[in-house]
Design a protein around this ligand. Sequence first.
Ligand code: SF4
Length: 504
Amino acid sequence: MSHLLMEGIPGMAATHLSGLESAQGSAADAMLSDDPKLREECGVVAIHGHPDAARQTYLGLYALQHRGQESAGIATANGTNLSNIKGMGLVADIFTEEVLAKLQGDMAIGHTRYSTTGDSALLNAQPIRVDSTKGLIAIAHNGNLVNLGNVRAKLEREGAFFQTTSDSEIIVQLIAHSKEGTLVDAIADSLRQVDGAFSIVMMTRDRVFAARDPRGFRPLSMGRITNPDGPDTIVFASETCAFDLLRAKFERDVQPGELVMVTRDGVTSRQYSTGTPQSSCIFEHVYFARPDSKIFNRWVQESREEMGRQLVRESHVDADLVVPVPDSGVTAAIGYAAESGIPFRFGLIRNHYVDRTFIEPEQRVRDFGVKLKLNPVRNLLEGKRIILIDDSIIRGKTSRRIVRMVRSEGAKEVHLRISCPPTISPCFYGVDTPSKRELIAANNSIEEIRRFIEADSLAYLSLEGLQKACDGGEGNHFCVACYTGEYPTEWVDVEDILPATATR
Ligand code: SF4
């Protein structure tokens, strides 16, 4: 039970059990590759009206582990008390039976995180629990605020004292400093003052709240577990795949600019902001979200398969096999194979346990390369013309290693197809991206990238093709700033906004 921060546990003083360590997963990832995938930062869950709310939240977070592996936390409330436990590492490692037993109550919020703003210390793990002028509040959020500097400076002038460098605390401080008379009005007031991407779950001793920013950057869905003997359990989660594990039925998305409140009397909602055009993150469909989730009213699996089909229409090349770069290239490759009629084969096998393997620092990437994560299947690749399907090229080094690896197994030709447009600009809305200087597509033509990665041909999906594939007729409007450099928010204090940086 080391490396835990415990607050509000009955019979225990607040404990901070040592260790401001980076998560094992992050450190290992950094060791294994100097060109990892872009990373999502957070997943959130909230439960109202379940006798074992902590365990339900744990299961929800377990399903959302792909959205962040650095830290996790669960706060519970039982009408009178609000407890919070968070730690560094994976959800299942932190929340043992012994730890879950300390979290009592029929309401809970939870968070799993890969750090964006704020450093990776345990203090910045979420939920954050604050004893404010409006009472005890716990908050967890997914996304990144972009007017942090301005708001923080204003709050500090008004006497606010910050315990963390996390965005979430800014929202709590705004609530505490709001002149509004009721808590729900103060929350709405505070959300109107921040700009950027946020899907939030919040809890007091007796209420649960959920809200999305006015542009709806990040997903947040609401579900319900029907209880024949009493009030239904209301569930919120970043992705609908969390509902499946909880046996909750998807009800609807929390709308952009909407604040939902759940009390023992039921669910109420208000639009705290209207009139801002939607700009939901299209990269959720390309890479982040699980294919078994429904995001922005569209199944991710359908989007990805359509991306593969669209790639055929735009840049088909004759070949013998379609091979995905697992795992994220799999669904698009299935679409490509179906549309082109070329057989689909798992020519690269991913080792799912490598991130958790202890590796001596001196035995780094240069010794093992990408082979630690991916191993080629020689009998499938030898003598074949291969179409490799992947979802992005960031710096280009990993793509080059994979192309070399496939060729070294005897492939006659290697054609790389990417299921989104070239990534040319960093994200400021909660996704870990390198700076523009490091993004290969920001500084090179497609032909230059092809030569660098040593492929026989290279093609990306067009922006129009991607938007069509991800919308599926739903009428969504997406943020595509990492492909265009045109950002949907106004920059208020651009000097203060840094893209999140990973330890690598
Ligand atoms: S910049 Fe890219 S990754 Fe960031 S929110 Fe927009 S689409 Fe998503």
